[in-house]
Design a protein around this ligand. Structure first.
Ligand SMILES: [Zn+2]
Length: 124
């Protein structure tokens, strides 16, 4: 009898078929490279760093890197706010999306608040 009580392995959200996952990973890697290029251009010595643009590029880079890390962990495509699967068409439009449409909409409304690290995720 095989009654090993092991926790179920993590799954990517939306039950993403491998070919969709591969395409999304490719898109993320492309974005990652683009953002890094943008950052290295902004960090050219001798020029005053465009603090605002650099900050935005850095944040975008981190978001893409985090999506790739989630993919490796097998939790990619799951909304950070409600834990539901993010629809595939949304992921295809925004591969680094971390929230489903409704949750992202709610967040955008509250964007007046600074995006600090106080919003810790209760999920792991
Ligand atoms: Zn959600």
């Amino acid at each position: 009898m095989n009654t090993v009580s092991k926790p179920a392995p993590p799954r990517n959200g939306t039950g993403l078929p491998p070919h969709h996952l591969a395409a999304l990973r490719h898109a993320l890697l492309e974005q990652h490279r683009a953002h890094r290029e943008q950052l290295s251009r902004l960090e050219t010595p001798g020029t005053a760093p465009g603090a605002d643009r650099g900050d935005r590029a850095l944040r975008a880079l981190r978001r893409v890197a985090r999506a790739l890390a989630f993919m490796d962990m097998g939790i990619y495509g799951v909304c950070l706010s409600c834990g539901m699967d993010i629809p595939l068409d949304r992921l295809q439009a925004v591969p680094a999306a971390r929230r489903c449409g409704p949750c992202q909409g709610r967040r955008s409304e509250a964007r007046a608040l600074p995006d600090t690290h106080s919003r810790c995720s209760t999920r792991r």
